[in-house]
Design a protein around this ligand. Structure first.
Ligand SMILES: Nc1ncnc2c1ncn2[C@@H]1O[C@H](COP(=O)(O)OP(=O)(O)OP(=O)(O)O)[C@@H](O)[C@H]1O
Ligand SMILES: [Mg+2]
Length: 635
């Protein structure tokens, strides 16, 4: 009965084995057999008990057979399902293996082929791409070379061949956009608009490349962005600062895995059109060493005569860069290699005055930070007075970067105030230090004291102008030696020598006892000692300090000065005038002595010269009369 488990469960089997009475057995079994009407009728018609039992036996045997068959079918079915699952799994694995082996590359290769055919690349590029494609077909897909070639084709196909944006040549609109993005910079905008006008009239003319030069944070990079926006070109920034390797510009040769095109081709891909505006940042900081000379590679890129056939080593074909509009930026013009500088039209962007900084903050930096911090619905209470305190006491920079950071800091404090104290903070001059910390101490605390042997000079650095104090002191028991410290460059050392010679030569006139030069040493020091300094423009500052030390007449500290000195006592022109005047203003020095030959530079100073007294001098005596005070007037 084991096979009839479906009809008779184990319980009924036990019960049945205990029933001895045949009639009860009949009843029990019949009640468990599920019979249809016909079968039941047949059984009912049996006359004797034996006949009935025979019939039931038959019926049961039938059921057993049926069950056996059913079980077999089920077993088969299960087996077949297991088998097909296994097969499916194996097939999947096989597919993965085939993919690894590159067996399915065919369709992929077809796609590449179609792309090459459809691409708008010039004939030369297309034939090179097809040549490489044919090689690729012959190389086994698992080889290294296959990957290299495949990457190459991906690169060449990813370039925006034949894609050009149309320039918006509406100069008035361009002006509007430039004005909207940047405050001030009027001359610079003018020159940019002149440049754009020429460009728009004759697209294929060889206009020089613009180069914005100025201290950090004055808006060189962002001006470039805004120019791109104003004429509707795609923009891409490419920093060449610190590049030593020529192949960064020209691309690596395609011989090893991981080689890449140069930065310019990469930029074209990033920009997505063949005529973007590419801003070459930090062009004054390209390196130059044994790995090649990136600056001369740049020469080729920036030369309108050559750059229509710029050869990238990786691409192995010429690419036309002549439709690209290049703008470069630099902090220091003097470190740009001559031939490179020659190709560029230099536009100097000087630092900002305090008033300009306040305006820039109000119109641009504050709204920008408010937007960044999601504070549009609040009113940030930063009064003009508070802004003035921030500009005057917390920032010492030519540009506005630090100012922008401080404004962002205040916005962060504002958000925190909203969350922690559930109130909108008010920023006033009195409480600024609570949020920004105590302001840094003034650079030269002693700047405004009239002292013997200390004069205020003005220096230019790539980061902006600076007030530079020169100290001279007599050292007793000496032999007339000149000691120079403070990391002075050779030009500055020679200026000191010349100034001392001038003083000795005119000792009588300044009532300097002759024997001072044989009994004392003269030590000249220019703080801060760790910062390298050079250049001839400290000539008159050095002379003032030296004469003051020799005559014991204090130097009037209301004056700041700059000018190169000749042995004849003439004063020669200097550079970086704007930055120097700004630095003097920043430190509160109102009288500024500059060489007369620099008078022409004063005409386009605009706002910068407001509030200061500029004194033009051509002979050293004019200075000494005002700068050297009477004895005993030291403060
Ligand atoms: N005249 C201005 N009007 C509005 N925003 C300005 C102005 N000048 C500078 N900025 C802002 O100051 C920030 C710094 O400017 P940017 O990054 O262009 O400086 P940079 O001159 O390129 O400096 P670096 O030499 O360090 O690269 C930017 O957020 C810029 O928008
Ligand atoms: Mg920049």
């Amino acid at each position: 009965m084991s096979n009839s488990g479906r009809i008779f469960g184990p319980d009924s089997q036990v019960m049945l084995s205990q029933i001895k009475d045949p009639e009860k057995i009949v009843d029990f079994t019949l009640s468990h057999l599920s019979l249809n009407v016909e079968e039941a009728q047949k059984l009912l018609e049996k006359k004797s008990l034996n006949e009935l039992l025979d019939e039931i036996y038959l019926e049961l045997s039938k059921k057993i057979e049926i069950n056996k068959v059913q079980e077999k079918i089920q077993l088969n079915a299960r087996e077949s399902i297991n088998k097909s699952q296994r097969e499916y799994y194996l097939r999947e694995q096989l597919k993965a293996i085939q993919k690894e082996l590159g067996d399915d590359v065919d369709s992929d290769m077809d796609l590449v082929r179609i792309k090459i055919d459809k691409s708008l690349m010039p004939e030369e590029a297309k034939s090179e791409a097809l040549k490489q494609f044919k090689r690729l077909e012959k190389i086994p897909p698992d080889s290294m070379e296959h990957t290299v070639l495949r990457n190459y084709l991906d690169w060449i196909l990813a370039l925006p061949w034949g894609k050009f944006t149309t320039d918006k040549l509406d100069i008035l609109n361009a002006k509007k956009i430039l004005d909207k993005d940047h405050f001030g910079l009027d001359d610079i905008k003018e020159r940019v608009l002149d440049f754009l006008s020429v460009k728009s009239l004759k697209t294929d003319c060889n206009t020089p490349i613009l180069c914005f030069v100025g201290p950090p944070g004055v808006g060189k990079t962002s001006l470039g962005q805004s120019i791109a926006r104003s004429i509707g070109r795609n923009f891409c920034r490419l920093s060449v600062g610190g590049i030593h390797d020529e192949s960064e510009i020209r691309g690596h040769r395609r011989t090893y895995v991981g080689s890449m095109p140069g930065r310019f081709i990469q930029s074209i891909r990033k920009a997505g059109s063949c005529n973007p505006l590419i801003m070459i940042d930090e062009i004054d900081k390209v390196g130059n060493d044994h790995r090649g000379d990136p600056a001369s590679a740049l020469l080729e890129v920036l030369d309108p005569e050559q750059n229509n056939t710029f050869y990238d080593n990786y691409l192995g074909i010429n690419f036309d860069l002549s439709k690209v509009l290049f703008i470069t930026t630099a902090n220091d013009l003097s470190t740009i290699p001559g031939p490179l500088r020659d190709r560029m039209e230099v536009i100097e962007i000087s630092g900002y005055t305090q008033n300009e900084k306040i305006e820039i903050a109000k119109r641009h930096l504050i709204p920008k930070s408010i937007k960044n911090y999601g504070l549009e619905t609040y009113k940030i209470n930063l009064s003009d007075k508070a802004l003035e305190v921030i500009v005057k006491k917390y920032t010492r920079e030519a540009g506005v970067r630090q100012l922008e950071r401080l404004i962002q800091k205040l916005c962060a404090k504002f958000v925190r105030g909203l969350l922690e104290q559930k109130k909108e903070l008010l920023f006033e001059p009195e409480n600024i230090s609570k949020y920004l910390g105590t302001p840094p101490p003034p650079q030269h605390a002693s700047l405004h004291k009239h002292r013997i042997g200390v004069s205020n000079g003005l220096a230019w650095t790539p980061y902006g102008g600076e007030v530079l104090q020169v100290e001279a002191i007599l050292v007793p028991e000496g032999k007339g030696k000149l000691i120079l410290t403070g990391q002075l460059g050779s030009v500055m050392k020679e200026s000191a020598q010349a100034a001392l010679t001038y003083a000795r030569a005119h000792a009588n006139k300044f009532k300097i006892p002759k024997k001072i030069f044989s009994t004392y040493d003269l030590h000249i020091h220019v703080p801060a000692g760790a910062v390298p300094k050079d250049g001839p423009s400290a000539g008159i500052t050095l002379l003032s300090a030296i004469l003051s030390a020799l005559t014991l007449r204090p130097v009037n500290s209301d004056y700041a000065m700059t000018g190169e000195l000749t042995l004849q006592g003439e004063i020669l022109a200097i550079g970086g005038l704007k930055e120097k005047i700004l630095a003097a203003k920043q430190e509160g020095l109102k009288n500024i002595i500059i060489p007369k030959p620099n008078a022409a530079d004063l005409t386009n100073l605009g706002e910068i010269k407001k509030g200061v007294n500029i004194i033009l001098v051509e002979d050293v005596n004019e200075i000494l009369d005002v700068v050297l005070m009477a004895k005993e007037t030291q403060t």
